[in-house]
Design a protein around this ligand. Structure first.
Ligand SMILES: Nc1ncnc2c1ncn2[C@@H]1O[C@H](COP(=O)(O)OP(=O)(O)OP(=O)(O)O)[C@@H](O)[C@H]1O
Ligand SMILES: Cc1ncc(C[n+]2csc(CCO)c2C)c(N)n1
Length: 249
């Protein structure tokens, strides 16, 4: 049995479980970056993710309070003004021109170099990756599926949080104060899986799910209940977030 929670999304999240944060090149609110920042102890921007951080923070007074530990990628998206600001403030900017790996992969390599990302140790949070360009979104789904045996990686946007549940049983703690009601079990990257659930409005009981068959989208969490999932094969689990504040600093 694996137990899960997304306490790192609480406004007052503590560093109970140290996390690495990778900021992707996708929009996010100030509220979301503040939540995931405070629950991380190492933060990297994947290339143009640094533009997003810079722009979202609005002014230099805020920006110096939220300096990442690293900016890495092929640097085809990082703006010159953003590069200059972060270089001036001591943030390493590392160019990796490999055209067979994405900037997301290049940042996960850095997490690995730090030696903290083992399945049982440091968790990784991706800010972005579940929306925007479809090829990039599918890359996130595929990459986290591939990483599931060696890394614990959550993907978070203003609308969603999601991750891969490996084959087996899972208890998912639900904090209804910031999670919306909608959730999904998405059989991406597997021929099929057999699912049983508790804590959902439309529960499954040893039912087969596949891309060409049943896909549990627009399911609902039951207020006050946690969720239990049993799956024979890996499956993507997603939950909707309640609307976040857009200006908190
Ligand atoms: N339009 C998009 N939709 C979804 N995810 C994106 C999008 N653009 C970038 N990302 C994510 O942010 C990371 C950094 O993006 P970057 O600014 O380098 O864009 P890119 O050059 O298109 O990405 P890459 O070089 O990795 O293909 C990407 O690796 C990807 O995970
Ligand atoms: C089969 C195959 N398809 C696409 C790419 C292109 N590509 C994949 S990752 C990447 C780097 C982006 O920063 C680029 C250009 C490739 N190399 N091999």
């Amino acid at each position: 049995m694996t137990t899960w929670d997304v306490k790192f999304l609480q406004t007052d999240a503590s560093l109970d479980q140290p996390r690495s944060l990778i900021i992707l090149n996708q929009p996010f609110t100030l509220d979301l970056i503040q939540r995931v920042w405070q629950s991380s102890r190492w933060r990297a921007c994947a290339d143009g993710g640094a533009n997003r951080l810079y722009d979202t923070l609005q002014n230099d007074e805020n920006r110096v309070k939220y300096l990442p530990d690293l900016i890495k990628g092929d640097l085809d998206s990082l703006r010159l003004d953003v590069r200059e600001f972060y270089t001036k403030n001591g943030v390493p900017v590392v160019k990796d021109e490999d055209q067979d790996s994405t900037d997301l992969m290049k940042c996960v390599q850095e997490v690995d170099k730090r030696g903290l990302s083992g399945r049982q140790s440091e968790h990784v949070v991706l800010l972005g990756g579940l929306s925007g360009r479809l090829d990039q979104t599918i890359h996130t789904l595929s990459y986290l599926h591939k990483l599931r045996k060696t890394h614990t990686v959550f993907a978070v946007t203003d609308d969603n949080v999601g991750w891969v549940l490996d084959s087996g049983e899972h208890d998912i703690e639900i904090d209804h104060s910031f999670l919306g009601q909608t959730c999904g079990l998405l059989p991406v990257g597997v021929a099929k899986t057999v699912l049983s659930t508790r804590g959902l409005r439309w529960n499954l009981d040893e039912q087969e799910s596949s891309f060409g068959g049943l896909v549990s989208t627009s399911n609902h969490l039951v207020p006050g209940e946690n969720v239990w999932v049993k799956t024979t094969d890996p499956i993507w689990w997603t939950m909707e977030l309640k609307p976040l504040n857009t200006h908190l600093i």
